[in-house]
Unconditional design. Structure first.
Length: 565
């Protein structure tokens, strides 16, 4: 039973989304004693962030109401499914922090029962074998305002339909030669109710059942029945399945037995992000056309891509909570996703100093050969993370963009004749610039104030600029992959006259080699997350080698979404 305090708390009621309201009403009325939800992916591609929202919703409801959540693979199309996808989906669900009830389930586990129910519908006069081709069936289905045309094979006898269906099962017909259709209503205003196909012939090897079957049920004749078999109480789908619900219920009407749990399909708005495509078919195109490095390319909206880029499960849950559960479709600003990861990484990421575009700085009055270790805070948001020591020496690197030979009053970084604070170190003043034969500045000659150790003013003078830096003598070289949005258009797949791939951002990946980093990063492990001070959040990539670390930029420090909202 649900906690009575939860039921009676009006403040809590106000915060419930419409799905939670339905569940609580069902618990309060006694319709269900226990809640069972499910996450039913098709193993024909890698999951994306839209699936992450569904995972968080379904498993979250199971946790909130102390129920169960099944992981069930709707594996009814053997030509597009693969064990690789099954394994990746399991990994994604577990990475998000969820565990499904018992072992993972598969619709293919129910093929025998689905076949028996199909036979029952034939015997009851609600299904028939159609010899028409897929094109002919499509052409006679009609339009939303025009009734369809009944198949010339619609009124075959029950005996003939049973015989033909058995022969289909035995493999006596070729692919596409015959299908099993439900006999409903060819004039229904709902196109899904116009004698939908229930079974088609596919002589293909299935990743679990091998060659045992050559007929496979369609999604609509699998989904609701699988829910029914598993005792699912609330079958939560995205809005694209709203028009499928009458068919979902029609099939259940013909197999339901009194006393058993009957699932209820509930639809919510799917997640739509700008500057992104969410279609698995289109994501597959990006992979197959080698426009990205793979399903886990950090520019991809796949869960594996987000994980590799440096996103955390907690950040995706923060994002899902901010988006909420809606009944209407809308477009979510991808900046909200970026804001969510920054919100989490700000709390947990180790701070380090790195220089992406190095400019040499020589401190002329610093003693030759002297090194010293200076204390640095690991994360000001979490005192328990403690501190580390960073090496300081005569020659340093700073960012080129942090120096201007001539600058106005609003430039608070280093300029000729100006003074800045080096974070955790000293005040320095630039006295001279060294240029190459092309007039490019290649070195700054500076002096330091030895009394300003720790970046503290010895005499109360104010220094507005604070720069990060790396000791040249102790620096390690790293490569940095700077990612931008994969698409330059806000809605790349909405242009009917253009291919979505035309909008790929040519600057979505910029690799910067031989950046300089403090030696603390030597011991970083794949997946470790850091804030490169003043530059952004970065994650050590799996492409790293022993002698060269590679970091993915998870997100920059600039917060465009929060600024706009």
């Amino acid at each position: 039973m649900v906690d009575k305090n939860l039921m009676d708390n009006s403040e809590e009621k106000k915060s419930l989304n419409f799905i939670e309201q339905i569940i609580e009403e069902d618990l309060k009325s006694g319709k269900h004693k226990n809640i069972i939800t499910r996450f039913p992916p098709e193993p024909n591609g890698y999951l994306h962030i839209g699936h992450a929202k569904s995972i968080i919703l379904n498993f979250g409801l199971g946790e909130k109401y102390k129920g169960k959540t099944n992981l069930r693979f709707d594996d009814t199309n053997p030509t597009k499914e693969d064990v690789e996808y099954v394994d990746s989906i399991k990994e994604d669900v577990e990475w998000l922090g969820y565990k499904w009830e018992n072992q993972a389930l598969f619709s293919s586990d129910y093929f025998n029962q689905l076949y028996e129910w199909a036979v029952k519908l034939i015997k009851d006069g609600f299904a028939y074998i159609d010899d028409q081709s897929g094109e002919e069936i499509s052409a006679t289905r009609g339009t939303p305002t025009k009734p369809g045309i009944e198949s010339p094979f619609r009124n075959r006898s029950i005996e003939e339909n049973l015989d033909l269906f058995l022969k289909m099962k035995k493999g006596e017909f070729k692919d596409g030669e015959k299908v099993l259709r439900a006999k409903i209503d060819m004039s229904s205003p709902n196109m899904h109710m116009r004698d939908p196909v229930m079974y088609r012939i596919k002589h293909a090897n299935h990743h679990r059942t091998g060659n045992r079957w050559c007929i496979y049920p369609m999604y609509d004749f699998t989904h609701g029945q699988s829910d029914y078999i598993e005792g699912i109480t609330h079958s939560i789908c995205t809005l694209e399945f709203e028009n499928h619900r009458p068919l979902y219920d029609w099939f259940l009407d013909h197999i339901y037995e009194d006393g058993k749990t009957r699932p209820r399909q509930i639809e919510f708005a799917r997640l739509n992000l700008n500057y992104t495509v969410m279609s698995k078919r289109k994501l597959l195109q990006l992979v197959e056309d080698k426009l990205v490095s793979g399903w886990d390319d950090p520019r991809m909206p796949t869960i594996s891509g987000l994980r590799r880029r440096g996103y955390t499960p907690e950040a995706l849950k923060i994002f899902a909570e901010k988006v909420g559960i809606a009944k209407r479709e809308n477009i979510i600003d991808v900046g909200l996703l970026e804001y969510s990861i920054k919100e989490h990484l700000n709390k947990i990421a180790q701070r380090v100093m790195t220089v992406i575009d190095p400019l040499k700085v020589t401190i002329t009055n610093y003693p030759e050969g002297k090194d010293e270790m200076l204390p640095a805070i690991n994360n000001p948001e979490d005192e328990t993370m403690g501190s580390r020591e960073v090496p300081f020496s005569k020659i340093l690197y700073i960012e080129k963009e942090d120096f201007k030979e001539v600058a106005n009053r609003k430039f608070f970084r280093l300029k000729l004749g100006g003074e800045v604070r080096l974070r955790y170190a000293y005040f320095i003043t630039c006295n001279e610039v060294v240029k190459d034969e092309n007039g490019e500045i290649i070195e700054l000659l500076c002096t330091y104030d030895p009394l300003s150790k720790g970046g503290k003013s010895p005499d109360g003078r104010k220094v507005k600029g604070t720069l990060h830096w790396v000791s040249a003598k102790h620096a390690i070289d790293i490569d940095v992959k700077q990612y931008d949005r994969l698409f330059s258009d806000e809605s790349p797949d909405s242009h009917k006259d253009k291919d979505f791939k035309e909008f790929i951002n040519p600057d979505s990946l910029n690799i910067v080699e031989n950046c300089k980093a403090e030696p603390f990063l030597k011991n970083a492990k794949i997946g470790n997350k850091f804030q490169f001070e003043r530059k952004g959040y970065f994650t050590l990539d799996k492409d790293s080698e022993k002698n060269k670390l590679v970091f993915n930029r998870t997100v920059s420090l600039r917060d465009s979404w929060k600024r706009r909202n």
